[in-house]
Design a protein around this ligand. Structure first.
Ligand SMILES: *[C@@H]1O[C@H](CO)[C@@H](O)[C@H](O)[C@H]1NC(C)=O
Ligand SMILES: *[C@@H]1O[C@H](CO)[C@@H](O)[C@H](O)[C@H]1NC(C)=O
Length: 168
């Protein structure tokens, strides 16, 4: 099982190597990352994740890990676009949250790390109120956003323009 997971990742990395232009994980990448993550959930966390997943996911977190990409260009969700990435200034190899985490209009916290913090904090309130009607936020959406952004932030070339050197 673990072997086949790693060979799947291996194939993805091999694909990245032959296509140095690729800048995002895509659907398969996000699926694989979430499949691996599912294996690390303890019983409690797995039960909570299953309870939050929409019915169409059929209990599989990986099935919803591309949701954030699928909706980001819809009018209703356009605000979520800047949450998929973070830009650092040209010719700087470091990242500073206060300097870099904002959208193009300069709104603070609107970047991928700000979103990870936001949705993690929302999910931590799950045990405080068990019923959907008491939730301040939609925790199903929080889970789907978080599982996607964790993938985005681990993209091989996320902060590195020179992908070829990175993977070889
Ligand atoms: C935090 O999550 C809420 C609910 O999705 C969203 O309205 C808000 O824009 C998010 N903020 C950040 C910084 O991600
Ligand atoms: C929470 O979000 C999901 C996905 O957008 C949606 O299908 C569901 O109806 C929402 N739940 C509530 C209580 O608004």
């Amino acid at each position: 099982m673990i072997g086949s997971r790693f060979s799947y990742i291996g194939r993805i990395l091999a694909l990245l190597q032959v296509l140095p232009g690729i800048l995002a994980w895509g659907k398969e990448g996000h699926y694989a990352i979430c499949k691996i993550a599912e294996g690390f959930l303890n019983e409690d966390a797995a039960t909570t994740v299953k309870a939050l997943l929409p019915d169409y996911a059929k209990g599989d977190l990986a099935a919803v890990c591309s949701w954030a990409d699928e909706i980001r260009h819809n009018f209703h969700w356009r605000w979520s676009g800047p949450l998929h990435y973070v830009d650092t200034p040209d010719f700087r190899c470091n990242y500073e949250y206060c300097r870099d985490c904002h959208d193009l209009s300069g709104n603070k916290d609107r970047c991928v790390t700000g979103a990870i913090f936001n949705y993690s904090m929302q999910l931590m309130t799950y045990h405080e109120s068990k019923s959907t009607s008491e939730w301040k936020y939609n925790l199903t959406e929080a889970l789907m956003f978080l599982s996607h952004f964790i993938g985005d932030v681990h993209q091989v070339c996320f902060f590195l323009p020179d992908l070829e050197n990175m993977v070889s």
